[in-house]
Write a protein that binds this ligand. Structure first.
Ligand SMILES: [Zn+2]
Length: 444
């Protein structure tokens, strides 16, 4: 719907309800509708540098955000900004990614399951700053924490009875009050080490949203944007919505109509869907390879959404990289290089891809390595724990073809999980679990 068409509809809607007094007619100083833009991404996972095929990269993501930003723009994220990160971020407990998100101008981020990978105290350090209690700060750096606000509406600290981080934020933009609510999936405990979240409960997403609405409305916010770290999928191109399915759609369809937009995550998929009532449900893939650009046209008088559209914009090197963000990435790359650039092995072909049934070549190699390093008879590696392939031919500043660096190997398995050998209780044979204290499970 065009902007002019939206304005006409808004005026008609107002007139159909009640006669409009002459002095209430919108003027050039008080437009009938305002356009609010949301730039959103999810599951960044510390991907500061572009992928081997040139997609993503924090400096290009920052440049794209800057090019699309208007005075009425919110920049939002739907969880897993940190955790399962490459060495350039993971080596420094993801402080580099927080620094980069600050430079991008991120406003709010929902927590995802991976925000809890190093426990609640560490997540709160990401928000508030301070050096790591064991490893300190990276040489030559201080860490002041996120300038954006983490939101966790459904994550309750059982010792206090309160959410571990704010549930929502309300922003007034051009005369419109928007509520931004952030949540992670209720199933977060099934994907996260129990020791890090023992004092937390994760509540049902729909129940949480329903309970919040009176408070949001009392604060004057009748339009809600929900950043929800829960996912789904569809069969079309990244900007399409072909045969969509998955838990985020089941949740979205049960939400109050006040929720105009659901920014999804967790599944590392792309979709741009419009559900019943015109509600948008979108997801921007993984690793900053896409940016979802949402435009809401809002009737100022009624505080109602007149139209809502979205596009998934690919992040490539078609823009000049943001120099500030590029500088942060280079700083940490250079700090990590003495460890990351060490050659720890060689390969003669790509360790990539897999079968239609889901078996991964890289997963087979990891399981074989477990067998080689233990006395086990069976080794198991879960698919979700394999985070990257190893490629024979590399580009950019990577070394000679076939050489595998520590940074590349780290990217394959960045979880700091250990191989654990156990004896199966019902027989004398032995088996090995691949994820230490984590049973095989999805790690999106
Ligand atoms: Zn996730």
């Amino acid at each position: 719907m065009s902007r002019s068409r939206a304005v006409v509809l808004a005026v008609v809607a107002a007139c159909s309800k009640a006669p409009v007094a002459p002095d209430a007619v919108p003027t050039a100083d008080a437009p009938a509708t305002v356009s609010i833009d949301i730039l959103a991404f999810n599951d960044f996972h510390g991907a500061l540098e572009p992928s081997p095929v040139g997609t993503g990269g924090a400096a290009f993501l920052a440049a794209k955000v800057a090019s699309l930003r208007t005075p009425n723009t919110l920049v939002l994220a739907a969880g897993d900004m940190i955790g399962a990160s490459p060495l350039v971020s993971g080596l420094f407990h993801d402080e580099p990614t927080i620094d980069v998100m600050n430079a991008i101008g991120l406003d709010y981020a929902a927590v995802g399951n991976h925000e809890f990978d190093e426990g609640t105290a560490e997540l709160l350090r990401m928000q508030h700053g301070g050096c790591h209690p064991v490893d300190g700060c990276a040489p030559g750096t201080t860490f002041t924490g996120a300038t954006f606000g983490y939101l966790a509406a459904n994550v309750v600290d059982t010792t206090t009875g309160h959410t571990v981080l704010p549930a929502y934020a309300i922003r007034e933009i051009a005369g419109v009050k928007l509520a931004i609510v952030g949540m992670t999936l209720v199933g977060t405990p099934a994907t996260t080490l129990a020791s890090g979240i023992s004092e937390l409960t994760f509540a049902d997403e729909v129940d949480t949203m329903t309970a919040l609405l009176p408070e949001l409305r009392a604060a004057g916010a009748n339009i809600v944007v929900l950043a929800l770290h829960q996912g789904g999928g569809q069969l079309g191109d990244p900007d399409q919505c072909v045969s969509p399915g998955g838990p985020v759609f089941d949740i979205a369809d049960r939400l109050d109509p006040a929720v105009a937009v659901v920014l999804a995550g967790h599944s590392h998929t792309t979709f741009n869907c419009t559900r019943g009532g015109g509600r948008l449900v979108t997801s921007a893939g993984v690793n900053g390879q896409f940016l979802t650009h949402v435009t809401l046209e809002i009737d100022v008088a009624t505080q109602a959404v007149v139209s809502a559209t979205a596009h998934n914009v690919p992040i490539t090197d078609d823009v000049a990289p943001d120099p500030v963000v590029a500088g942060i990435v280079t700083q940490y790359h250079d700090l990590a290089a003495p460890i990351g650039d060490r050659v720890i092995g060689t390969i003669t072909a790509d360790l990539a891809g897999g079968s239609a049934a889901g078996e991964l070549v890289m997963g087979d190699v990891i399981a074989d390595a477990m067998l080689d390093g233990t006395t086990a008879q069976v080794a198991v590696m879960n698919r979700g724990g394999v985070r990257a392939p190893l490629l024979f031919a590399r580009s950019g500043n990577e070394p000679v073809d076939g050489q595998v660096t520590y940074a590349e190997a780290f990217k394959v398995q960045p979880f700091n999980n250990l191989v654990e050998t156990v004896t199966a209780p019902t027989s004398s044979s032995r088996s090995t679990t691949g994820l230490g204290s984590c049973p095989p499970r999805s790690r999106a």
